[in-house]
Design a protein around this ligand. Structure first.
Ligand code: GDP
Ligand code: MG
Length: 256
């Protein structure tokens, strides 16, 4: 079973090497890393190239010409991972908010469902201690109440960015149906997967604030994402499990 961890990056040169080391340290056979970099001014892609050259474990970088947003980074990365033959595709941030230590549990759970989500808002999940009560409540309300009420989804952490997908789930969802570009991408993926009848399991995680570098999230982005939830609902409201995309059979080379 081939596992590819897709990591979108914008100015994460100091995070990628220690993150890659932690991922390889898990000792999961056939795990490789695909970094999707948007021409980060801090040279993140060159740092990955250096890793390609100097490490024995598998890592590659997809270079995009400029900052085009998290959503398209994941879409491009997922398509590439499928092309590379991944059976399981893991998505995570580069900044250690998503601890690699949860990955073995995610892979175990994925044997019995279509997608596993590392969740801050199920029992046992938690957020960085440095978050104020107000910030926590706003995030919890946005994720577990506002978005869920509009979309009618079961998933509690609707903007979670730490997930493990079966290849067939992403193929059946049809990545070209996904339009969101920024943080609303996570919400759209959740809604689409649930509408198409895929089984999503949330496992609790502790979400730590980024260790190094700066967040690309701000109040304007949060407000925009909140409005976009309506758009996502409108676009996909009629989808049913029978609307899953057909999965093309593997082309098996004919025997000589
Ligand atoms: N390729 C790419 N990665 C991005 C972009 N915006 C954010 N990221 C990456 O997406 C992940 C999450 O972003 P982050 O700033 O940590 O968001 P936050 O955790 O919500 O504050 C990080 O690995 C970022 O480097 C983008 O436009 N393009
Ligand atoms: Mg972050």
């Amino acid at each position: 079973m081939k596992i590819i961890v897709v990591i979108p990056t914008y100015n994460e040169a100091n995070n990628v090497p220690p993150l890659a080391a932690e991922l390889w340290g898990l000792d999961i056979p056939n795990l490789s890393i695909l970094v999707v970099d948007d021409n980060s001014p801090d040279g993140t892609a060159d740092v990955v190239d250096d890793l390609v050259e100097h490490s024995r474990a598998e890592i590659s970088v997809m270079r995009r010409p400029g900052k085009m947003g998290l959503g398209t980074a994941y879409r491009d990365g997922f398509k590439k991972a499928i092309e590379m033959g991944a059976d399981v595709i893991i998505q995570m941030d580069a900044d250690f908010s998503h601890s690699p230590s949860y990955i073995p549990k995610m892979l175990e759970e994925l044997q019995n469902c279509d997608c596993v989500v590392g969740s801050r808002y199920v029992e046992g999940g938690s957020l960085d201690e440095r978050w104020s009560l107000g910030r926590y409540l706003l995030s919890w309300w946005a994720n577990s109440i506002y978005t869920r009420l509009i979309l009618g989804t079961r998933q509690r952490d609707t903007t979670a960015g730490f997930k493990a997908w079966r290849r067939e789930t992403l193929q059946g969802m049809g990545l070209d149906r996904v339009h969101s570009n920024g943080y609303d991408f996570q919400v759209e993926m959740t809604y689409l997967a649930e509408k198409l009848g895929y089984l999503i399991v949330e496992i609790p995680i502790h979400f730590e604030d980024r260790r190094i570098g700066q967040s690309k999230m701000n109040m304007k982005v949060k407000l925009e994402s909140a409005l976009k939830v309506w758009n996502i609902m409108w676009r996909h409201r009629r989808l049913r499990p029978q609307d899953r995309m057909p999965i093309a059979p593997e082309i098996i080379p004919a025997a000589e």
